[in-house]
Design a protein. Structure first.
Length: 198
């Protein structure tokens, strides 16, 4: 029981992110305060049955899924979610616990954007830009990432993203480990090639 409850927080977080919903939006829909939602997701608070039922309904997942007794539903284009400012989020992985992936699309902007609003939470994130120019605000750093650029960071550092400016939409992939899971490269570089120079 203790292990099931401990794993439920990251699963709830993953289910929320699959829908592209913020803590504030979920709070408005369920009446559960953002701080309580955050504590549940990070494991600092055990969820009540009432909260689990509300969140399962809001996220469109089964209780078995949240308890780890059943795999997440197969993702499809119908699970694409539109969130604030026209952002679209498409889940790419089936399992809602552990390392998971999403594709994000930020719409075209007409005016220079404001600095992205930053958030911080437990986990580790790997981000790869597929198209366009992405503004990554990471703590006090401001990075402009282009197609093919990759960033990897501890999500306990404040971070936020935005379309870097006029010129088209931005598409990027995110792999997220809610408990600090990281990608593990397994392929050695080809003999005679300097991996730093590539």
């Amino acid at each position: 029981m203790a292990d099931t409850l401990a794993a439920m927080g990251p699963r709830l977080r993953a289910a929320r992110e699959r829908r592209g919903a913020t803590l504030t939006a979920v709070s408005c829909a369920t009446g559960i305060s953002p701080s309580t939602l955050s504590r549940i997701e990070t494991g600092r608070r055990k969820p009540t049955l009432e909260a689990v039922l509300q969140l399962a309904k809001e996220y469109g997942v089964s209780l078995d899924e949240l308890a780890g007794a059943a795999p997440a539903s197969e993702p499809s284009t119908s699970t694409t979610r539109r969130v604030g400012d026209g952002k679209a989020v498409l889940p790419l992985t089936r399992y809602v616990g552990g390392l998971h992936a999403h594709k994000h699309v930020l719409p075209t902007v007409q005016d220079p954007p404001a600095r992205p609003r930053q958030v911080a939470h437990n986990g580790w994130e790997w981000l790869c830009v597929l198209y366009g120019r992405l503004w990554l605000a990471l703590g006090d750093q401001d990075l402009i990432l282009r197609a093919g650029d990759v960033a990897e960071f501890d999500t306990r550092s404040p971070h936020g993203v935005a379309n870097a400016g006029p010129g088209g939409p931005v598409e990027y992939l995110i792999m997220f480990g809610p408990q600090g899971e990281r990608l593990r490269p397994r392929t050695p570089p080809a003999p005679g090639l300097d991996p730093v120079a590539q």
